[in-house]
Design a protein around this ligand. Sequence first.
Ligand SMILES: Nc1ncnc2[nH]cnc12
Ligand SMILES: [Zn+2]
Length: 327
Amino acid sequence: MTVPVPKAELHLHIEGTLEPEAALACAARNGVELPFASADALRAAYSFTDLASFLDLYYALMAVLRTERDFTELADAYLARAAAQGVRHAEIFFDPQAHLARGVALATVLDGLGAALAAAPARHGITTRLIMCFLRDRPAAEALEVFEAARPWFGTLVTGVGLDSAEVGNPPAPFAEVFGRARDAGLRRVAHAGEEGPPAYVREVLDVLGAERVDHGIRSLEDPELVARLVRERVPLTVCPLSNVRLRCVPDLAAHPLPRMLDAGLLVTVNSDDPSYFGGYIEDNYAALGLDDETSRLLAANSFRAAFLPEDERAAHLRAVAAHRFG
Ligand SMILES: Nc1ncnc2[nH]cnc12
Ligand SMILES: [Zn+2]
């Protein structure tokens, strides 16, 4: 059996790791009715035409997550799968507004996730960060409210903010205030842009939100000046190939822009986004691209270069990547 290269996962929505079997078990335990009789029936619904069609199911299925235990088990199951695929460090997104809107308290979500993350180094050999994402299709005032409510967890559990959900027609600029407060609070900043939306949104997350990484960013290639800037400024892009195909942002894997992004000199990483919905975890994304070993090594090294890690830990991970033997 080949040993997967050590790597960091930097673009992973914890709610997108909810496997059909786990969703049904959680629903039964919590007395939540789902319109799916079996895991296979649920899996059959995982056929998407675009980001919006995925988000509809993604938000609907969250209804099963109600207790601290649900969030702990969700995160622990992800960490176990990630460890088996070589992940040594994971920067995990969550969507607080999607839970608050269903009447699940922030403390339930954060204490639940926090328990799994605290146990992760000893249990799975994975260090973690937790990044709180704002929903760009909800009012910016709501993002400010949830930001303030989460302050007790800043620095200890929540160490970054992000921006996600339906991109087209929802430009980043209205979230300047909350990203400014995040910077002032010492939090790291990332944002989805250029997944379905135009290159202008990628510029906007850099210039207006002060984003330190761009999630997806694949449409940047349409704008050579933007590409030159991303290369010059070494802005990491967290690319998710299986997601891009499943959401029809690209027609198929053969047409995926990742090789062109690498050729352009971009600091690209490979990630799984919502692995339960898109047909694979991180190593499955590496494998789907049919990469040669040295390209896999480069992408793994990039994942640690782009991670929010202290320099000594980064250097240790990079040494492990350099020493890795592909079987
Ligand atoms: N791929 C994606 N794009 C935007 N928002 C998301 N939320 C979960 N997955 C997402
Ligand atoms: Zn995403």
